[in-house]
Write a new protein. Structure first.
Length: 383
């Protein structure tokens, strides 16, 4: 096990009815004038934005609405939000939605607190983030885990990049599984995939003597595999959606990778794909994982993949290589059963040309300047 620091300060309010605590939490964390950041309208249609606005105003707070965050959220939109927040003297950002609204809110929070800095420079590593504005979250889709993560992912032109910083942790997250009951099946499938991938991208790493973290990761994966299909079948299934929502937060707040070395190669490849083709995040991950798994499985003599197969998929094969291959097959079949693509051609852009693949690899390597992964380090040719 490697040394680690774990500080997860986000206050979590979980359960049906927890949305009712939003105004109290905003006040608790010092908010008075609140920018309410949401997406393309699902939260307006469901009545959630109306209820939250009324709740904030009844609590003596001022709500400033800012909708329009789109999936794979854009830097330009966040810049607009930060300008509005400064003009309105906002001191708190409330994200209502999923990863796209939350990451937009995080970017707005950084922009509001750092008016003289070009926002994208934080993502490029050219400027250091030393302060931000508090962000709270009302979650409507279990998926990205941004409600407790230290990450914010934005798209600027043809680049999609993540920024990791402790300043990205929201001060609170309201996890009310009833709010996810209106999700379209496709979004549930994307969410299940992303939740699994946040743990898988940590689980496959070169540190092998990490019993507690491995056991936590395996339990989370089994829980999502059990409850994901039930939530897909009926997003109103409160038990299944509750498990999924809780797993979504635990899967990306760092817990399932403590003491290990994050790999995240599949996420990095997925970001290049989403930047080029504007596909949903979950789709970009399931399309890559099977090929990635087959490619890297042999690098530790199949041992790690065999552990995954036995602990997560109850594969009963004595030989490591046979068990590993069966585990990869079962995981791939699971993604397929959700209706997710499991290869690049299934993304719907046909068979990609060598030129397309080279372009994706150039994006993923940040213009030939980095490798990705830790379980097996991938250079640009491997990408
Ligand atoms: O925009 P609206 O109209 O709200 O509709 C959304 C959107 O179309 C809809 N939706 C959300 N909740 C709903 C609902 N529809 C009906 N009922 C509800 N209750 O679902 C669609 C997807 O929403 P989005 O926020 O884009 O989904 P998700 O949570 O999957 O977020 C994806 C974004 O998060 C990033 C991804 O790259 C992507 O940009 N990620 C952020 C991470 C982080 N900050 O830690 C980590 C992840 O790995 C990921 O990269
Ligand atoms: Zn993800």
């Amino acid at each position: 096990m490697e040394s680690f620091v774990y500080h997860m300060p986000t206050e979590i309010r979980f359960g049906p009815g927890s949305e009712d605590g939003a105004a109290e939490l905003v006040r608790k964390y010092g908010g008075r004038r609140v920018l309410v950041v949401y997406g393309g309208g699902s939260a307006v249609k469901s009545g959630l934005i109306g209820r939250l606005t009324a709740q904030l105003e009844a609590g003596g707070l001022t709500a400033v609405p800012f909708g329009g965050a789109q999936p794979n959220p854009r830097l330009a939109h966040a810049r607009e939000g930060a300008a509005l927040a400064r003009a309105q003297d906002v001191d708190f950002i409330l994200a209502v939605g999923g990863g796209s609204a939350i990451d937009t809110a995080k970017a707005i929070a950084h922009g509001t607190a750092n008016p003289g800095v070009e926002l994208w420079d934080f993502w490029l590593g050219k400027a250091a983030l030393t302060r931000t504005t508090p962000v709270g979250v009302v979650l409507t889709i279990p998926a990205a885990g941004s409600e407790t993560s230290d990450s914010a992912v934005l798209t600027n032109g043809d680049a999609k990049r993540g920024l990791n910083s402790s300043f990205n942790r929201p001060v609170f997250a309201i996890l009310d599984p009833r709010l996810a009951a209106t999700l379209p099946k496709f979004q549930v499938a994307c969410g299940v995939t992303d939740i699994l991938m946040h743990t898988l991208d940590r689980y496959f790493n070169p540190v092998s003597d990490n019993e507690t973290t491995d056991a936590l990761a395996e339990a989370l994966l089994r829980t999502v595999l059990r409850n994901g299909p039930a939530a897909l079948e009926n997003p109103g299934n409160l038990h299944a959606m509750s498990e999924l929502m809780w797993c979504g937060s635990l899967s990306h707040n760092g817990l399932t990778g403590l003491g290990g070395k994050k790999d995240f190669a599949v996420h990095q490849l997925g970001h290049a794909i989403s930047a080029k083709y504007d596909v949903a995040h979950g789709v970009s991950l399931s399309a890559v994982w099977p090929a990635w798994a087959r490619y890297v499985a042999g690098s530790d003599g199949f041992r790690r993949f065999a552990q995954f197969a036995r602990q997560v998929w109850a594969v009963d094969e004595a030989g490591d290589e046979a068990a590993a291959r069966l585990g990869i097959e079962r995981q791939t079949a699971f993604f397929r059963s959700l209706g997710m693509p499991v290869s690049l051609p299934e993304l719907g852009f046909g068979v990609l040309t060598e030129g397309d693949l080279a372009d994706l690899a150039a994006r993923c390597s940040y213009g030939h300047s980095r490798t990705i992964g830790s379980f097996r380090v991938l250079d640009e040719a491997a990408m």
